[in-house]
Design a protein. Sequence first.
Length: 117
Amino acid sequence: MPVLPTASSPDTALLAAGAVRDLPPGGRKLVFTPGGQSILLLNVEGEFYALENSCPHAGASMAGGNCDAHVLSCPAHGLKFDIRSGKCTASPQMTIPLHEVLVREGLLWLKPPDNCW
């Protein structure tokens, strides 16, 4: 799995997530970290979002959930999460961890949380 050291910190590696052209608005894909963690990558209205592919309620995959504007629904139980904050719309203390998405030269890169995968 390709990683790219960042200019600001050579110890920080970015995870390759594909080309921008391969994820059009409304598109989604799963990206896997070197440790096997599943990350859901979404293109909503030309903006890219990445979140852990696991509902905090019961661990269900979020990949098949309906995304309406910036709200992603869990396909298992219907809980709704704002993909900009990771917070559940009905219970804000329940969150899905987010990952920063960087666009560089037409490619998508995911930044690891706390500089590690």
